[in-house]
Design a protein around this ligand. Structure first.
Ligand SMILES: [Cu+2]
Length: 510
């Protein structure tokens, strides 16, 4: 008989504090359990005033984000999912390698759970690291059905202070559905100091417009004839921008001591927005991408976090003070998506703000982290042996057109990728569109080996990567996950709902 221990009560009632504050060390008792058991109960939810928006969405266990789930690597996990959403629902365990029928993709890995129904998800969380969970049905994740899932690796050194921060944005649902239909009037969020394609703008005179932040070009490129990006029909407008359920100044501060090492685990759970995060007065040492250890650490001024990506970012507290950690938004004075980090004695200090522009900042990029170098032009098989090589062409986003495509097709008509167990697989993305696409593969951790023509000397282990606008990416992996159908899709929920999805299918035989 296996021992059971019910953790769900404590998760239900104290989860709110855990999920956005400093993490206490796991107790020895929790670590000794064979099985961690939780209940996730999804229901309609009125957002509290701290979120900065009047909004009725959905929540797991009455909180957005849902409870922080935490297991020690090696423990079994069992979740009783109760669906009270009023519609169909499932839970996807993002970044986990798990039995295919636990993956939570409706009509692909399971029948969706009907309203009023229940489903038991059970698996051994693997690999260790920072994962997350969310609904895989329609707009439910955008409405609030998401949370962080930490698989503690007992072999890793602990920081003095460990914090999980979830960046998320509360959509204007009218604009959300208009974006799905390709008729939204919202414009892209482009933080100061970046071009609409996420490239760093030229500094000073060439880029700055009085009063308008950067000289943002329209999405169609061309010269800076307008101050703001043009609406292209597909952008979602937002009511509020939050960190772990609250907007500044209602976010809970992180209190630290001089001499401490702080480890931030940051998740971008936004429906559509890439986030750029900067901490005043500090550089951030990045050690993990999507929860997986990086071949080497990199230290940067600011993080770029695509939708569904995670980074572990560390810093040392070397002096007393108060500093803002901020996701820089297109509106130069919008500091809602911020958390105050201060020493115990600095309660009365005015917090130091990060520079308002990313111009000139050393930004985390795959190229920087992976030490990108140009591919030799005569190299025919530059990424080692692979017996399955596929190129996927991303498309869509033309004005007024609602489809986002792979090889010109929309889900479920997109071409699938068949693999056999043990295959070495290379997937090459070509993205001629004018947007980055956060492409995500279920049930695998792959290596990002190429980005826009540069080979990464230090491939990053990831489950989601931003395939850059007018660029390319290449993934490499061994097909050694449990057999089944693993979907591969854009994690921008508008693009996913408008067709940008395919699957990697394990087929039998030689
Ligand atoms: Cu996309």
């Amino acid at each position: 008989m296996r021992r059971r221990d019910f953790l769900h009560n404590s998760l239900t009632f104290t989860g709110a504090a855990l999920s956005w504050a400093v993490l206490p060390p796991m107790s020895a008792r929790a670590a000794d359990r064979d099985l961690v058991e939780v209940t996730l109960d999804a229901r309609p939810y009125r957002y509290p005033a701290v979120s900065g928006a009047r909004f009725t969405g959905l929540a797991y266990n009455g909180q957005v984000p849902g409870p922080l789930l935490r297991v020690r690597y090696g423990q079994m996990f069992r979740a009783r999912f109760i669906n009270g959403t009023g519609g169909l629902s499932t839970i996807h365990w993002h970044g986990m390698i798990l039995p295919n029928d636990m993956d939570g993709v409706p009509y692909v890995t399971q029948a969706p759970v009907p309203d009023g129904g229940q489903f038991i998800y059970t698996f051994k969380p693997d690999p260790p690291g920072f994962r997350w969970y969310h609904s895989h049905v329609g707009d439910q994740e955008a409405l609030g059905l998401f949370g962080a899932f930490l698989v503690e690796d007992p072999r890793e050194p602990r920081a003095d202070v460990e914090v999980v921060l979830i960046l998320h944005d509360i959509p204007d649902m009218r604009s959300f559905w208009a974006a799905i239909a390709g008729r939204s009037a919202a414009t892209m969020n482009v933080p100061p100091g970046l071009t609409p394609n996420g490239m760093q703008a030229l500094p000073a005179s060439t880029a700055m417009h009085p009063g308008g932040g950067m000289g943002a070009m329209g999405r169609m490129g061309g010269m800076s004839t307008s101050i703001k990006p043009m609406p292209m029909g597909d952008a979602v407008g937002y009511l509020s921008h939050c960190v772990s359920g609250a907007a500044y100044p209602r976010t809970r501060p992180i209190i630290v001591k001089v001499g401490q090492t702080v480890r931030l685990r940051i998740l971008n759970a936004s429906p559509t927005l890439t986030h750029y995060v900067r901490l005043a007065g500090h550089r951030l040492r990045v050690t993990h991408s999507d929860g997986n250890p990086m071949p080497r650490d990199v230290t940067v001024d600011a993080l770029r976090i695509g939708v569904a990506e995670r980074y572990d970012a560390w810093f040392e507290v070397t002096r007393p003070g108060a500093w803002m950690l901020t996701s820089l938004m297109g509106q130069i004075h919008d500091h809602r998506q911020s958390v105050l980090i201060r020493t115990e004695d600095a309660a009365d200090r005015l917090p130091e703000m990060p520079p308002p522009s990313l111009a000139g900042a050393e930004l985390f990029t795959y190229r920087l982290a992976g030490a990108g170098m140009p591919l030799p032009p005569d190299e025919h098989a530059p990424f080692g042996p692979a017996n399955v090589r596929r190129t996927l062409l991303l498309g869509g986003g033309t004005p007024g057109h609602r489809h986002w495509t792979i090889d010109g097709k929309i889900w479920p008509h997109t071409p699938k990728i068949d693999v056999r167990h043990g295959d070495r697989v290379l997937i090459h993305f070509k993205n001629p569109t004018d947007m980055d696409h956060p492409m995500h593969l279920h049930g695998h951790v792959f290596e990002l080996v190429e980005q826009s023509g540069e080979r990464l000397r230090y491939p990053l282990l990831k489950d989601t990567t931003l395939v850059p606008a007018a660029g390319t990416s290449t993934w490499r992996f061994r097909a050694d996950s449990p057999p089944g159908r693993w979907v591969l899709h854009c994690h921008n929920v508008v693009h996913m709902m408008d067709g940008m999805m395919t699957e990697v299918d394990y087929v039998r035989g030689a």
